[in-house]
Design a protein around this ligand. Structure first.
Ligand code: AMP
Ligand code: TRP
Length: 338
């Protein structure tokens, strides 16, 4: 970011393509809340990213409200941060096209998320799925965002955003026009793993329903899922080093420490030597205490589409006032008539 001198801004986005889960909360949304009092923040529901794979229109609308409700229930304050839907701000799509002409095929060919999502039959994937990370760069840079809170799986996409910003600045001799956005990944919740497999990330698309704790799960469901979580027969170690080679145990301890805002070392100082028969109920109580109230508030908010719609529309208006100006400057730089 070296010589960039614009204001510090935060942007992040979440796809309305499934239920919000503990990984989304710890990896992303909780950080959104922590950042809002310090920075100018933009948090969007990325509906244009969601349609890179098929979405039922009615479900897409509901999921968009669901994500907005999750932001609000977790504590994002629309007075402090702009909360909006991506398709509500035209500038994202405009800048994405321009960035399609800046990004190189070779860069996109390296994206592992495309390879994972497209699978073996990539001829049948949408073109949008391929240029997905270019739209993501536009989401960020249309606000000249300097910081992007995300989970670890987004690291490669953030590097691409930096490459696009750098190439644009260089090709058009617009030194420091775009910042090189910094990912904010670190922190205890950066990679929450499946409850059924400590080597796979917790994901809404995991077919095993007990692998993932959704924010809307009630206390019973949360407790059951944690009880059924995969573990090993050993008691917990008394120091973090002892978690090496024990991915499931490490994940459960990681969830505990992230939610309790403690270090793994602190948690193990308390539970080291105990078996999962003791640790799992303690973890379940903590998850219920922290997550169930968010789920309840989400249910209340989701019943009020009119309110959510107002928040999103007002947020979109606020966001557009910044984004339109950036796109206007970009058009001038590249020689479009404005
Ligand atoms: P997605 O649900 O894929 O749109 O992800 C939304 C946000 O949640 C992104 O910042 C992801 O990096 C983050 N995220 C998704 N799954 C996890 C996970 N298992 N652990 C930590 N962060 C995650
Ligand atoms: N690709 C992100 C994900 O799957 C979602 C996303 C879209 C995003 N645009 C963004 C994240 C901009 C951060 C910034 O999680």
């Amino acid at each position: 970011m070296t010589d960039y001198s614009g204001p510090m801004r935060v942007l992040s986005g979440i796809q309305p393509s499934g239920g919000m889960h503990l990984g989304n909360y710890l990896g992303a949304i909780r950080k959104f809340v922590d950042l809002q009092s310090e920075y100018e923040c933009y948090y969007c529901v990325v509906d244009m990213h969601a349609i890179t794979v098929w979405q039922d229109p009615q479900k897409l609308r509901e999921q968009t409200f669901h994500i907005a409700a999750a932001f609000l229930a977790a504590g994002v304050d629309p007075k402090q941060a702009a909360i909006f839907h991506q398709s509500g701000v035209h500038a994202h799509a405009e800048l994405a096209w321009i960035f399609n002409c800046v990004a190189r095929l070779g860069w996109l060919d390296r994206m592992t998320q495309f390879k994972d999502k497209a699978g073996k039959d990539k001829e049948r994937a949408s073109v949008g799925l391929y240029t997905y990370p270019v739209l993501q760069a536009a989401d960020i840079l249309v606000y000249k965002a300097t910081h992007v809170p995300v989970g670890e799986d987004q690291k490669q996409h953030l590097e691409l955003s930096r490459d696009i910003a750098g190439k644009f600045n260089h090709d058009f001799k617009a030194e420091n026009f775009f910042p090189l956005p910094e990912p904010l990944i670190k922190g205890p919740g950066a990679r929450i793993m499946s409850l059924k497999n400590g080597e796979a990330k917790m994901s809404k698309s995991d077919p095993s329903e007990n692998s993932c704790i959704f924010l809307m799960d009630d206390a019973d469901a949360i407790t059951k899922k944690i009880k059924k979580a995969k573990t090993d027969p050993e008691p917990l170690p008394s120091e973090p080093d002892g978690l090496k080679g024990r991915p499931e145990a490490a994940n459960l301890v990681g969830i505990y420490s992230a939610l309790a805002k403690k270090t793994d070392a602190d948690v193990l100082a308390e539970y080291g030597g105990q078996g999962f028969g003791v640790f799992k109920p303690a973890l379940a109580d903590l998850v219920v205490e922290k997550i169930a109230p968010i789920g309840e508030e989400m249910r209340r908010l989701e019943a009020d589409h009119a309110y959510l719609q107002t928040v999103l529309s007002e947020g979109a208006g606020q966001a557009a006032s910044i984004a339109d100006k950036v796109v206007k400057d970009v058009k001038e730089i590249i020689g479009f008539l404005t």
